[in-house]
Design a protein around this ligand. Structure first.
Ligand code: C2O
Length: 443
């Protein structure tokens, strides 16, 4: 079945309701199960979904208000839930060894000690991550806080998450799936919130969009709006920037989030503006905005939130990481090693500040990009190939893209929790093929 362009309205994933709220904590239940979902017209696509929907329900969290989620696995395979960007205990991180067997459940505790930010949750079973998430195991987790409330940013139906993914379909409407444990996966059909290139009616006013690239492999999303129209970036993976940054295009690699403000008041009623991206230089139409008359007023704050800049002079440990394909072994490696769940690769100390130099050591002949992601800690980019990071990536990050040959230095402080965590390439085919390692944060 063909995917029609701008034929279905954008849907926003429903917000999950707690099953119980008591003593300042919200308790949730979620069931991972198979379901059928209409994605293409006239076809039903079998999916694996949190609560049977794709993307899964959105969880809305409040800073310093803990959430306890019991995840029930009704899938025909092991599952493990990882809160991407979450500052959580190792036992709630969804690590290898913490898989939920079919028919079983597991409790995850999320303390939400971190600032307002757009996080997401997804499956993390090693060697099956690309396979499981491609079937639909992805959802959003949004944290708010008082500092953000005070800014008067667009809220409610003017604060819209957009999960961007690519999929390919078999003639019967089912997803074409990657082979577990190997290779990259690229889809031909762009989906936004699980719908092929939808349209979205907007009023002539400002909107906040929380964009997540939840694709497995496609790395070169360069987002554009209309004919290169400008918009403002207000946030990155780990929270808001210090001030809005005006851009007219924006790269967004798998697992990265970016929050933007688009001002539709500059467009006449009836305008149609396309949000597009290019993948390997090929244009992809993601979504069309249809502009309607405005109700009400709004403004863009000149300043957002302060960001504590981590200082290189405070760093006590420097580490180097080299990321590349080892063609002889057909494995993706970090410092020459492929993932071994029984090996601890590094032992950062709780409370310490470290500087990491990440090098994408792929050759010009095989220019493979990588997206370096750390669990538990967020970081700041010190420099990219010796130059200051672009203003739109100068905030808190947990994922950073490196094109072949690039070197990026990042700085982080190991706060809150000791224990076992992962760092890896977030191109899921690469992680599945070994580009993942373990850190043990020592008390
Ligand atoms: Cu979204 Cu281990 O990552």
């Amino acid at each position: 079945p063909a995917a029609p362009l701008f034929a279905t309205p954008l849907v926003v994933p429903p917000v999950l309701k707690p099953t119980l709220s008591i003593a300042g904590t919200d308790y949730y239940d979620m069931t991972m199960r198979t379901a059928q979902q209409q994605i293409l017209p006239g076809a039903k696509t079998p999916i694996w979904g949190y609560n049977g929907i794709f993307p899964g329900p959105t969880i809305r969290a409040r800073k310093n208000r803990p959430i306890v989620i019991r995840q029930h696995n009704k899938l025909p395979a092991d599952a493990a839930v990882h809160l991407h960007g979450g500052n959580v205990r190792s036992s709630s991180d969804g690590l290898p060894g913490q898989e939920i067997k079919p028919g079983k459940n597991r409790v995850y505790i999320y303390p939400n000690r971190q600032q307002a930010s757009t996080l997401w949750y997804h499956d993390h079973v090693h060697h099956h991550e690309a396979f499981n998430t491609t079937q639909g195991l992805t959802g959003l987790y949004l944290i708010t806080d008082p500092a953000e409330d005070r800014l008067g940013l667009p809220t409610g139906r003017y604060d819209v998450p957009m999960v961007i993914q690519d999929r390919s379909f078999n003639p019967d409407g089912s997803f074409r799936l990657p082979d577990p444990g190997k290779g990259e996966f690229f889809g031909e059909v762009p989906l936004v919130n699980g719908r092929p290139s939808p349209f979205f009616e907007v009023e002539q006013r400002r909107y906040r969009f929380r964009l997540l690239n939840a694709a497995s492999s496609d790395c070169l999303h360069e987002l554009t709006l209309g004919a290169g129209d400008s918009f403002h970036v207000i946030g990155t993976d780990g929270g808001l920037l210090t001030a809005p940054v005006q851009v007219n295009k924006l790269p967004l690699a798998p697992s990265e989030r970016v929050e933007v403000i688009v001002d539709f008041s500059k467009y006449p009623v009836g305008s149609q503006i396309v949000l597009a991206s290019s993948v390997f230089g090929l244009p992809m139409n993601l979504l069309r905005f249809d502009v309607k008359k405005a109700k009400g007023q709004d403004r863009l704050p000149g300043k957002l939130v302060p960001i504590e800049r981590l200082k290189e002079s405070k760093a006590t440990v420097h580490r180097d990481f080299q990321l590349n394909l080892d063609p002889a072994r057909g494995e993706m490696v970090i410092n020459g090693k492929s993932f071994d769940p029984d090996r601890i690769d590094i032992r950062p100390k709780l409370g310490s500040t470290e500087v990491w130099t990440i090098h994408n050591a792929e050759s010009a002949e095989l220019p493979i990009p990588h997206v370096f992601h750390t669990h538990l800690v967020r970081f700041q980019i010190l420099d990219r190939n010796g130059n200051a990071p672009a203003p739109f990536e100068s905030g808190w990050k947990d994922s950073v893209t490196l094109q072949a040959g690039e070197r990026v230095r990042i700085i982080m402080r190991f706060g809150d929790f000791p224990g076992r965590y992962l760092y890896h390439c977030h191109l899921l085919g690469h992680a599945d093929a070994g580009m993942m390692a373990t850190m043990f944060v020592t008390p």
